[in-house]
Write a protein that binds this ligand. Structure first.
Ligand code: SAH
Length: 372
């Protein structure tokens, strides 16, 4: 039997249409969405301004949500990570990062990832499937509902597991729900989508008027190193930089090029100079991310001195550059790490909720330290 659809799968307009066959008035849609997104309702019974008949009818046609919390890990720096269980038993991870008053959620978009960047834990098992709209939306909603009453998530980064632009329809529908006043009310200026560079989809975001801030994972100053780090992608460095410049021009949003620094691979002064030369005059910002150790891959993070030298060299070329702060070290907040540890052979452990071994590494996808 196919499970009932979750309300979080729909935009307000789609939900209004779904209510028509049930003979519920159109305005009921927004009333119900308010219960879901603002009033933390977890069942139809609690929606007390609906008649009992309506509540029964709704419960026969929909579910309020389709995910459940399988594990919750908290860290001393107030970073929190949730593992959510999906209908098919798959687990996905979502992270809450606190920085002062700011609450940022790091959202996953696929179960696993097909891209296989050589240093990343998310791609180690490949991609199982895309997440549905509801599964993407509920990551943020679940975290928000766990915050003290009145507290709201205010920033989103699509930097969890998966390549968001390979799940375009669900990701853009979820972004509309995040932004909507009847939804989570988080504007596109406070959302950053990170992509490996699925280039035909970037102008499509502009065309579809779904325009979050954009981060493109460049990782390399030239095509040879890019192919070494992202072997499954053929896109050229020049094309990726052009896409960044174009999106910035078209949307006036923040656009960043991300470079994960791997010791001895792409972290040399000459690499910074090569990249600096290519970016001169573009005003596109670079975000340097020192590698977070993943047990299964042979790469190492560069020494702080090498990171500083890379950043200073780029800065001296006139490139605005920031370095990402680390958070959540004790809970494997780096992409894919927690889920990778809890993958199917470990499912029994995950279901019993027993502690799982956690290596010391993580990243904070939102908080940045300006360097230049
Ligand atoms: N698929 C998207 C989102 C990936 S996660 C993309 O490729 O952009 C967001 C960022 O974290 C990416 O730049 C990714 O390369 C980086 N990242 C993944 N694993 C990492 C690790 N172990 N250490 C440091 N950065 C990592």
């Amino acid at each position: 039997m196919t499970p009932l659809p979750a309300i979080t799968a729909f935009t307000a307009q789609e939900f209004e249409e779904r209510l028509q066959p049930l003979a519920l008035e159109r305005f009921r849609a927004r009333q119900i969405l308010q219960w879901i997104y603002r009033r933390r309702a977890s069942s139809f019974e609690t929606m007390t301004d609906l008649s009992l008949e309506h509540r029964t009818l709704l419960a026969q046609s929909f579910r309020p949500s389709c995910t459940s919390v399988a594990q919750r890990h908290a860290c001393a720096d107030l970073t929190e990570k949730l593992l959510l269980r999906l209908d098919d038993g798959n687990l996905i991870e979502t992270v809450l990062i606190r920085d002062g008053d700011r609450k940022t959620v790091c959202v996953s978009t696929q179960v696993g990832c097909p891209i296989r960047c050589v240093f990343c834990a998310s791609g180690l098992d490949g991609r199982a499937r895309d997440l549905t709209t509801a599964e993407i939306v509920e990551q943020v909603l679940t975290i928000q509902n766990a915050l003290p009453e009145g507290d709201r998530v205010d920033n989103l980064v699509l930097m969890g597991i998966g390549e968001p632009l390979l799940n375009y329809a669900n990701v853009t529908r979820a972004l509309r729900i995040f932004k909507a006043s009847w939804g989570l009310g988080i504007g596109y200026n406070r959302i950053t989508l990170s992509t490996i560079g699925i280039l035909d989809r970037i102008p499509q975001l502009v065309e579809d008027r779904v325009t979050p801030n954009l981060a493109i994972s460049l990782h390399a100053p030239n095509d040879r190193i890019r192919r070494e780090i992202v072997p499954t992608m053929k896109k050229k460095v020049a094309e990726l930089i052009r896409a960044a410049v174009e999106y910035k021009r078209a949307t006036k949003k923040n656009v960043t090029l991300e470079i994960v620094l791997l010791d001895g691979v792409n972290d040399d002064k000459k690499h910074a100079l090569e990249l600096g030369k290519k970016l001169r005059g573009t005003r596109v910002k670079v975000n340097v991310i020192p590698f977070n150790r993943v047990a299964e891959v042979p790469y190492r993070e560069p020494s702080p001195e090498r990171v500083t030298r890379f950043v200073k060299t780029l800065g001296s070329c006139g490139v605005p550059v920031t370095v990402r702060k680390r958070k959540g070290d004790a809970i494997s907040a780096a992409c894919g790490q927690l889920r990778h540890q809890a993958r199917p052979r470990d499912t029994a452990v995950a279901i019993q909720g027993e502690p799982i071994p956690i290596p010391p590494s993580a990243l904070d996808p939102s908080a940045e330290t300006p360097q230049a």
